[in-house]
Design a protein around this ligand. Sequence first.
Ligand SMILES: Cc1cc2nc3c(=O)[nH]c(=O)nc-3n(C[C@H](O)[C@H](O)[C@H](O)COP(=O)(O)O)c2cc1C
Length: 414
Amino acid sequence: MSHLAETIQIRNTMFKNRIIKGAMSEALANTAGQPNSLHLGLYEAWAKGGLGCAITGNVMVDLRAKNEPGVVGIESDRDIEKLKQWAEVGKRYGMVQLVQLSHPGRQCPKGLNKETVAPSAVPFSPSLALSFGTPRELHEDEILDIIQRFAKAAQICEQAGFEGIQLHGAHGYLISQFLSPLTNKRQDQWGGNIENRMRFLVQIYQAVRAATSDNFIVSVKLNSADFQRGGITEEEVISVFKAMDEAGIDMIEISGGTYEAPAMAGSKADKRKPSTIAREAYFLSFAELIRSQVKCHLMVTGGFRTVVAMNAALDSGACDFIGIARPFAVETDLANRLLAGQDVRYGVDKIKTGIPMIDKMAIMEIIWYAAQFKAIAQGKRPNPKLSPLKVFFKYLKGNLTAVIKGQVNSRKSA
Ligand SMILES: Cc1cc2nc3c(=O)[nH]c(=O)nc-3n(C[C@H](O)[C@H](O)[C@H](O)COP(=O)(O)O)c2cc1C
């Protein structure tokens, strides 16, 4: 039997198989960050497709800090009824759902939020500074407020019926910014040595645990490396994994990279040895390194495309779960197909129009995937061959129409 089909229990929740859809921002919410029927449709399609578990796209704990347009935010029980329906969609088909809670810190595109905050006021590298501004350093009372926001959001997720949450501690988002010496230059108890730099994550974890029941799954997605010179060292990463393990975390998802060095999508990681490429997953060697040092469940995401490689990773004991993201945007029944021994059909790569000026925009990937998610949510088939240029012009047209409508309305009301 394929290891992918093996069941596994965490706390009192049974996972019917080892396949987890990694978090992908759906970009389907309104400007107020509310979930809607499109979220229900999308997750129902994945649930019907045989997934053991879906991790939602990142959900903001503070709507003043959005990483992109269309993200969901949970600050209160404002949307509890819709969240209950969302959780119910998974239960109906036996698909566990973990809500990914997130604060993007400095990784907010210019113009989206009133201001951008981070552990320290560190500017972006010149190639990204056009799209991302220099953040303001957080005051201690704001840090404590954000910790409580994670706890509150987790509590609401449990109230809604989700089986657990995942803290987004990877990819250069706020938790990851606190961990990295490149983005955390603080001199107080939140910066300096690794014990101080992980304080934010550890306190979020403790606050979440205190706000939720013993049955609630709490996991975290962490970078195995920043892939940036001067970033967090391997020794420090290991100490963070060990600290979270000792604190009682249920599962750690292993990823890597930041907006400045996007290894999570394979670009930096592709400078690997041929033997590593054959194993597909970008961060499997780190999983092998950490496996004997922590007791918690491990999930590896990034690059998995064949059943042979997935089974080999599970068989080696390096991880307990296989995380797959991009292919699910174009193949909703992928889990069932993998369980039947068939490989990923569409290994979606970088989304490019071929026009460098457009391709440099962070928005390009978001809108291409959002178009797929919207189609799935409306019961249509996703289209792996969807033209990025077509998507871009549709987006442009939509924005222009909104601007013109806005001008006409303001003239009418003047
Ligand atoms: C459109 C899109 C949105 C994503 N959003 C998130 C997110 O909200 N949180 C997160 O941790 N990772 C996010 N990711 C990264 C994926 O979870 C995953 O780590 C990455 O795509 C590598 O896995 P894959 O090779 O199976 O696609 C996103 C990826 C894509 C393509």
